[in-house]
Design a protein around this ligand. Structure first.
Ligand SMILES: [Zn+2]
Length: 68
């Protein structure tokens, strides 16, 4: 289960250089911040990422498992 969640990626955008960033759910759980590879800015994912979107993806995964 945990491994499947780690495959989910949240998409956010660096507020400094507008670079698109794909953040693994694993990183959201463990670190909650990432460093932008473009400009080095530290981005707080909880502030900048719609966490509800990630939760919805997780819920959809759960529904798929029930159907199987
Ligand atoms: Zn940046």
């Amino acid at each position: 289960m945990a491994n499947e969640l780690d495959g989910i990626r949240a998409q956010t955008t660096c507020p400094v250089c507008d670079r698109e960033l794909n953040v693994p759910y694993r990183t959201l759980r463990l670190k909650r911040t990432i460093e932008c590879p473009g400009c080095g800015e530290t981005i707080r994912l909880i502030d900048d990422t719609p966490i509800g979107t990630v939760q919805r993806l997780i819920d959809e995964l759960g529904e798929d498992r029930d159907e199987i």
